[in-house]
Design a protein around this ligand. Sequence first.
Ligand code: CUA
Length: 366
Amino acid sequence: MGEETRPAARSRAVTRRHIAEMFIFGALASAVGIVLGLAIDWFPMQGSTQADAIDTLWDVLVIVSVPIFVLVTVVVLWSVRIFRQRPGEEGLDGPPIHGSTRLEVIWTALPAILLIALCGYAWAVLVDIEEAPGSSQPAERRVQVIGEQFAWSFKYKENGKEFTSNRLYLPAGESVRFDVVSKDVIHDFWIPDFRMKIDAVPGITTGFRVTPRPEAIGEHEIVCAELCGLGHAFMRQTAIVQPPDEFDAWVTKMTTEAPAAPAGGGEELTAEDGKQLFVAGKPDTGALACGTCHKLADAGTTAQTGPDLGEALKGMDAAAIRAATVDPDAEITEGFAKGIMPPNYGETLTGPELDALVDYLVEATK
Ligand code: CUA
């Protein structure tokens, strides 16, 4: 009898000591984890009014998650240490354990309450950042975001006129709703500075809204966040937040000047029209702007999906440049893969447009 009670009492004391150790170590590790988690500057600038609520949500999740992670890790590590096999214990089994209803209720109920509370909070944040501007606000701008391998284009309807841009211009302080579509595969429209992203899915329209902050005036990166093919990594463009009056001036320019794509039929097209095609493409037929993927100093484009045309086309004559444009995979610049450049410029551009584009490229790459 006495032989049994003494070890039992000793084991209870040992257990209490282990729990105290775990608690102290866990509390210290949690504190360090939370301080580190909050001290590290994880995010880029807060470019939209939505960003603040999202970043706060992140901080709360860090504060709540770190102690839970630490709890699980500490219990696992301590169990390995305490219940390890000691010399002479080979082949011995541990004591039978009959569960503990009280413990099981606690470890089921606590996480459930925590999860429901965090879901409720995240839901409230989502409702908040997705809320449309009130009726007292000016009408919300809608911009269609079109994803395709491997570029974004942005379709505006301003002053009753539609036009497309390869750069996303936005006025600061005004809410904008993006209608996101895809022409081919799934892409993901992401502006990290705005904290918002959504898949562009063929066949349906998705979207989100943001209000760029006045502090965000300047350039912001647009990223494709869904692996969409060989050119995925280069599917990056620029969003430009402007003061409203500058944005209005841009809209006026886009809606009053001749449409981005030269009309083609009848009129004589010049190398200048070719440059326009290079920079802006021809959205109505799906001809992607060359400058979306190619660097060309003369056109002021800097993209790196395809070769730098100032080098790749240097000294080539019109026939060779035309061949490289309509049948891009016939001859590939070293370091670049086949199948990335659209093979259909022979169809999406009219004869005169192709001539103008080739004329321009001959001039610009002499
Ligand atoms: Cu488009 Cu990745």
